[in-house]
Design a binder for this molecule. Sequence first.
Ligand code: IVH
Length: 670
Amino acid sequence: MSADTVQQRIHELRGVLKGHNYRYYVLDDPTVTDVVYDKLLRELADLEHQLGQPVPEGSPTQTVGYKPDTAFTSRKHAMPMLSLANAFSDEEISDFVRRHKTILGDDVNIAYIAEPKVDGLAINIYYEFGQMVYAATRGDGVAGEDVTDNIRSVAGIPWSLTGNVPDQFEVRGEVYMSKASFAALNQKQQDAGEKVFANPRNAAAGSLRQLDASITAKRKLSFFAYATGLGGDGFASNQNELLSQLSGQGFATQETALLADEQAMFAHYQAWMTKRPSLDYEIDGMVFKVNDFKQQKLLGAVARSPRWAIAYKFPAEEVETIVEKITWQVGRTGVITPVANMKPVNVAGVMVSRATLHNIQELARKDVRVGDKVVVRRAGDVIPEVVKSLSINVGNRAEPTPVPKQCPVCGAAVEQEEGEAAIRCTGGLSCPAQLKERVKHFVSRDGFDIEGFGSKLAEALVDKGLVKTIADVFKLDYERMATWEGMGEKKIANLKKGIENRKTIALARFIYALGIRHVGQATATSLAQHFKSLDAVQQASEEDLLEINDVGKEVAASLIHFFDEDHNKQVLEQMFDHQHQVQVLEDETPEMDSQHPLAGKTVVITGSFSNIKRNQAKILLQQLGVKVASAVSKNTDVLIAGEKAGSKLKKAEELGVEVVDEAKLLAWLA
Ligand code: IVH
C-alpha cells in the first residue's frame, strides 16, 4: 500500500470504529460482533504503526469508550482508567511473559494472578473517609458519567468502608447482569413490547445508564471489584492481597488463582473455558496480571493499557453466518417453534447450525429470512440463538417464511390460542414429535431421573413403536431392544436397573414428570405440599386448586383438563398396575405448627442478609410451611428486609405491611 492509501484507510477505519464505539457505548446496540470490531481495531493499529507518524489523541486506538452522555454529569476520575490488551492465542501469552522477563530480568520470579474477565462495564467508585461519594462509568477513561444513585442498588458494593482504608479511595470493578436476571429482564421487555437486549453486557449498560435510579434497581445488577485507583498505593502490596482486603470490606470479588508460568496459564485458561457455561454470569476470557505491585510499576503502561496485564479472550460467542432454511419444530406440549437452519459456524468452541427463533412473533420482529446474514450467539445456556439479521435493509431478500397451517410432523391442524404467541399442533399424543418430547421430559433429571435413558433412546423407542405412552417406559421390550445396533447386554442391564431404581417416586417429582402444561417444578412442589397425595391432586376442583399461592386460573384449568382426559386416566392407571408397578409417595412436608408466629401468613423476602442467602431463607421458610411470595401486595403479611432492600421495602411501608429484619428471620428459622 502506498503512504496515501494507508492514510486513506486509516481515516476510514477511524470513522467506522468511532461509529461502532458510539453504537456500543452510547446506544448499547452494537451492529458488529466483538471479533469484527477487534479485527478492525487491530488493522488500524497496524496501519498507524506502519505510517510511523504521531497518532492523534482522538484515534480509537488511543481512547477507550466514548464521551459521556450529556444527560448525566461528567466525573473526572482521580486517576485515569486503563483498559486491557487482548490476546487470542497461547503464543500471545508467551510474548506477554517474555516481555516481562526482558524488562524485569530473566532470573526474577514473577507470579501471575488469574481472574475471570467479566463481561459488563467498568465502574470507578470514589470513597472519602470511608463513605461512598460518587460512582462513575469509565467513559473515555479520563472522565465518565456520574451514576452514583444507580450504583447504590447494585449488589456487591458497600456504601461505606471501615477500618484502615485510605481517606481518598477509588475502587474499580465491573458491573454486570447475571444470566438469570438477563433472561428475566428480556422476558419482561418482550412482554411489554419493549426493546430486548442482545446480551447481558448491553443489558447491564442500558440498566445502569438510566436517569431514573429506580429502574436500575429493578434490573438486578451485580458487581465484582478488581482494582483501585487513587489511594491504592500502600493499601496492599500485591493483587491477591488487594482482592482479599476488598472482599473484607464487603466488595464482591471473583475466584482467582496464582500461577507460576505460562504453562499454568494455558491450563487455567482451558479449565475456565470448560467451566464457563456453568457460571451464572458471562465471562469472555481470563485476565492475567503480574501479582506484585512493585513489578507492575516497573513494567508500566503503553498507550491505553498496562504492560502487566492482559485479557486472554475466549473464542467469540457471537458470530455471523447465513440462514439457509427456516423449519418448524414441535415440542412436548405441541408448541411449534421456528428454527433457523444455518451454514455451520463455530460459536465458542461448538459447531452450530440450528438456532431457535422462539415463536412467530419473534420471527416477525427479528424479520429473519432465508438467505439473510445473521448474528448467532450461544448464551451461557447451551441453546444457540439468532440475535439479529444484518440483512434487514438489504434489497432483494427472500419473502418471509409462511406460518404453517398443519403440523409439519403429523399433519394435524395448527391452532393459535388468543393472546398467545405460540402456535400449536392439535395432534396431541398421536403426534410422534410431541410423544418424543413428553417421554424425554418424563425420564429427565428433574422428573423420573432415569439413568441411561437419554434423548436418543427416547426418540428411537418412539420411532420403533416400543413406546406409545409414557407408561410404556416401565414395560419395555428388552428382547427386541437387544437386537438393536449398539445395544449391548450391559447397556440393557443398566437401563433395567435405572428404571427399577426409580419406580418409587416423590409426589412433587411425579407431578412435574407428567409434563402438564403450565406446571413447572415450583407449582408441582406446591401442589404436593398442599394436597399430599396424588389422589387428592387428581380430585381437586378449581376452587381447591386456586387456594394455592402460585396456582392461577390458567394453571388450574390445565390441571383439571389433564386429569379429566380419558387417555391420561388410562395411562395413569396403567402405570400403577402390577405390570408397571410405579409407586408415588405421599408428600411428607410437615403441617405448619399453628403456634408458629408465621402460621398462615404470607411473607416476602428482599435485600441481602449477612448470615444466610436469600434463597436459602426462602427454602427453609417453605419447608416450615410458610407461604413465600415474590412481590409485595395487599395480601402480604410480613416483609423480611435485609440490607439494600429497595422498592419492595418502599411498597411495604406504603401499604403498612409489617417489616422485620434479619435477626427476626433467624429467630423464626431457629
Ligand atoms: S483490570 C488496568 N480485571 O475488561 C486494567 N478488567 O478490556 C484495568 N474487566 O476495562 C482493568 N474483568 O471493564 C480488569 N478481572 C478484570 C476484569 C476487567 C473485566 C473489563 C474492564 C476493563 C476491560 C478491558
